[in-house]
Design a protein around this ligand. Sequence first.
Ligand SMILES: [Zn+2]
Length: 635
Amino acid sequence: MQFRLFLCSVASVVFGVGFLPGSVSAQAPGVPSAAAALGASPVTYRISFPEPEHRWAQVEVVFPDAGTRPLDVRMSRSSPGRYALHEFGRNVYDVHAFDGRGRPLRFDQPDLHQWTISGHDGTVRVTYRVYGDRVDGTYLGVDTIHAHINMPATLMWARGLENRPVQIAFERPAGTKWSVATQLHPTDDPFTFTAANLQYLMDSPVEFGNFTLRTFNVNPAATIRLAMHHGGTAADVDRFVGDVAKLVREEGAVFGEFPKYDVGYYTFLVDYLPYAEGDGMEHRNSAVVTFTGSFANSGRRPDLLGTIAHEFFHSWNVERIRPRSLEPFNFDEANVSSELWLGEGFTSYYETLMMQRAGLASVEETAVELGRTIDAVVRSPGRLLRSAVDMSRLAPFVDTARWIDRTNWDNLHISYYTWGEALGLGLDLSLRDHTNGRVTLDDYMRAMWRVYGRPAPPAEGLVAAPYTMRDARDRLAEISDRAFADRFFDRYVEGREVVDYAGLLQRVGFVLRRRNAGRAWLGQVRVDYGGSSARLVEPALFGSPIYRAGLDQDDEIVVLDGEAIASPAQLDRVLERHRPGDILPITFVRRGTRTNASLTLEEDPRLEVIPLERTGRPLSDAERSFRAAWLNSRQ
Ligand SMILES: [Zn+2]
């Protein structure tokens, strides 16, 4: 009710009653008067949901003091933390523009993302609808449960007014008791919020609905909030929040302090709903975590907690320790970054490490995860083509980008998450080995934090000292030595070599070994068994036995070694009776043509990591203490 009284004149505009000049610059009691202080009127937004069952939002935005030239109003093509283009303008329709007196204005659309509005009187008001039915970290999701709002997917903005303060109001659908969770600045009105500028506004997702809100404090000083749709019981929530607190504390211990959150607290927006996508998205003072399912029947709980660990680590690494390539975020084009192996990959490494240190993963589970990561990097053909830096720069092509043509990423690409996680592990263990345990990756992250993360930002939504590749190398030299840092960056980060994982893992009491030593292998390829054949449903990996035999995607294996291949069991039977090096006759059908060839089996090259004690040999005291220093809680 307070909300309707406060901005009633703007509310009337939404329903087409009229427009009162000047009403939009009215300040709510208690609204920070950033606009007045800066001498610039705020851009004001109002979002309502007249028909949430039909999955759209009504948006009204007023750009005051817009000068005399035509105003370029834009929808974003990208969203902070998402590296591919998503072309949000495609969900916008029913666009209208008015001047300060309510007169309709003409506009042109010079491209798909822009409305150029001319003939205005210094005030431009735009109304439009935007469709949104995806609950994740990138899009808008409107339904009768909630409005899950990612700003770039929802809000138009004006070129030239990016530094204006912003005021944004949310209107509840009729009959609901929804409330708002966000990192936007609150005001005395529970439905009205502010942001200092466009960068902060776009970085601030909103959960608007009936959610469970929990708050806890940790030392030295941080307040953490969780706004949750969860489908579970109060006990489920207690257990989950308790585990989140463990992760938050462990991560605070890595850096020795928590960031200074712009609003005084950090907020997780958790949507655990049957129809949500699995996603996590970091922001300056909040994160969106979405998953399919509910707390009540969740086998995905470790994934959900892992995502929490990942996104919260980003509140240091990426949100404040930020590469120059992502600063400021570009809403018109994809930001191309060479540093995602560090921003994303090291964050993934810490996700694994924090789950272990917080007691939420066992040593066995950690070994499995690290083994999977090492295996993916060591054996991927992509490593022969591109470095971890090169892979980072491909992010706009692979980060939830969807193409209808076929791609060959399994051969050409290694995820910067995976390679970066392997580099984080490699650097952590190399530092420990090189300094006999005196210096670790935690020291490196603290050095990066001290120089690039901690300095106060010039304005909220920005960082004071974004880093470059050179800076990342120099900070490593500071905490180790120049030769070590140059060798690591030259060979493993900017080069294409892999760290000696087997040797380094040995020192902490783990074994890197072939998962199926001595077993025959024809290549790693997914196969669809369609009755009388086995069809390859993805490109063959470069150099694998099946590739050398001349087979590739869509080819159907009919006979191998004289045996019809129409089931996994038949294929296994052939492999089990042979040794690596054996040459087998193979018959396959390619687009209707039957072909005979020969295939030379190799030893299964896949790798795994296991705790040393599982081999039957107990840990030595040195291995035990090295492992403890690495994996034990800092609490
Ligand atoms: Zn991430």
